[in-house]
Design a protein around this ligand. Structure first.
Ligand code: GLN
Length: 456
């Protein structure tokens, strides 16, 4: 842990961390050492890990990247954080993310990074003029720059897979309901899932085994199915594995360098005994409007709790209660968050509910059905995690839709609640990393991790 704390201190310019506390970390490390010395150490005893600042933590502040929660400290740990702590992991600190996990570039940050006076975007360690991806950009940058051996992330529409791809690391989002959402600051509850981000599938397997499992009393969508030991199933043969490549995932919008890296990775899989088969996910393009309607609708409801009364920021000068609500939310939320709240309340409003929200729910079901159709012909689905490599900081300027469109390949699995991962597949434009996305059927995490491990 001491080694990583030093690296974190000397690499503050990346903006990856928003909270560190060496005393807390070293005390946890000493406790882990004591367990190891006694000979009854749990699986992750002494393993340093950093948490996306969307998980509440009792020992570190939690901001979710928002001014709304500046100075907030939770009285309890998120289930995922607690399970990793119970497994012996040592917390290195909290990692920058887009405000309330809304973003694809980690540029929507409203709280200062460690060592910075003001809010700063996270930088990609492979090229610090570029974004690391988002919303778990701090997690991806920290692991890629070796500021932490592993990190937690969350994925609502791609926020583990896309930054893992852009930073050349491995990350997995499990089946919806596999990891508890308790203590994860809620964005879009029917989509939010936690998962690990690390250097390899092997490391992800270790972490995911500790993070998953039922939490029925605390998360109403938690699945009652015991955690699996994913490390034990990492050496299965890929002989005969049918890898379905949806034609929509390698269409015109994909950068040539990305396509070349993905094709090379698939050829490598064929050498390992897998078979490439053509499949179709015909509603891939629709996943963008469907997701940005549903995620905004759920966000507008979830964020109504930030009213200046119960916790977080409260405006100083106000006339009455309504004025206090208004000013608090005006000051506390950033532009992208406000945009989502407005879209969300609009699509849920009386006159438009049927035209937008209900319609999006119907198409969401069709997208999930398309996957089941495809899985009749293949065991896993593969393609790029994103159509391009990481873009330059500020390149999308004031155009949020440019960010939304870049999510096209991660959104379908999110809407269907399927497990998905990204693993390094080589390099594309300007020598930047490219991630191969693997999508499995429900509860096929072990199959994905095995396929990734054999490739690595
Ligand atoms: N980029 C998507 C969004 O902004 C996904 C974010 C996420 O998965 N948390 O909503």
């Amino acid at each position: 842990a001491g080694h990583f704390l030093k690296r974190i201190a000397s690499h503050q310019a990346l903006g990856a961390f928003v909270a560190v506390d060496g005393d807390v970390t070293l005390a946890q490390a000493r406790a882990a050492d004591a367990l190891i010395a006694k000979g009854d150490a749990p699986a992750l005893a002494g393993v340093p890990i950093a948490h996306k600042d969307i998980f509440v933590t009792a020992d570190f502040p939690t901001t979710a990247g928002s001014r709304m929660l500046a100075g907030y400290r939770s009285p309890f740990n998120a289930t995922v954080v607690q399970r990793l702590a119970d497994a012996g992991a040592v917390t290195l600190g909290k990692l920058s993310c887009d405000e309330f996990a809304m973003g694809s570039a980690n540029e929507n940050v409203a709280v200062p990074a460690v060592g910075a006076e003001q809010a700063v975007p996270v930088r990609n360690p492979w090229d610090t003029t570029r974004i690391p991806g988002g919303s778990s950009g701090g997690s991806a940058a920290a692991v890629a720059a070796r500021l932490a051996p592993a990190a937690t992330g969350t994925d609502t529409g791609g926020s583990i897979r896309q930054p893992a791809s852009f930073c050349g690391i491995t990350g997995i989002k499990p089946t919806y309901g596999r990891a508890s959402r308790y203590g994860m600051v809620a964005f879009a509850s029917s989509l939010d899932q936690a998962g690990p981000m690390a250097r390899s599938a092997e490391d992800c397997a270790l972490l995911l085994s500790a993070m998953c499992g039922p939490d029925l009393d605390r998360d109403s969508t938690s699945i009652d199915r015991p955690a699996e030991d994913y490390s034990r199933t990492l050496n299965g043969s890929l002989e005969g594995l049918r890898i379905g490549v949806p034609k929509e995932f390698l269409g015109d919008g994909v950068a040539p360098g990305v396509r070349a890296a993905i094709d090379a990775a698939l050829a490598e899989y064929e050498k390992l005994g897998a078979r490439r088969v053509a499949v179709t996910l015909p509603r891939t393009e629709l996943s963008i409007p469907v997701y940005y309607i549903l995620a905004a609708a759920e966000a507008s409801s979830n964020l109504s709790r930030f009213d200046g009364v119960k916790f977080g920021h409260r405006a100083k000068d106000y006339r009455d209660l309504a004025d206090m609500y208004g000013k608090t939310r005006e000051e506390g939320f950033g532009d992208e968050v406000k945009r989502r709240i407005m879209i969300g309340t609009y699509v849920l409003s009386h006159g438009y509910y049927d035209a937008y929200y209900l319609q999006a729910q119907k198409v969401r079901r069709m997208i999930a059905d398309d996957f089941q159709q495809a899985f009749k012909d293949c065991d896993v689905i593969a393609g790029p995690a994103a159509p391009t490599v990481a873009w330059k900081l500020g390149e999308h300027g004031d155009d949020p839709v440019a960010d939304y469109l870049a999510d096209i390949f991660t959104l379908p699995a999110s809407l269907a609640g399927l497990p998905g991962m990204s693993l390094p597949a080589g390099f594309g434009e300007d020598g930047m990393p490219v991630g191969l996305q693997l999508i499995g059927n429900y509860f096929a995490e072990a199959k994905l991790l095995n396929a990734a491990h054999r490739f690595q």
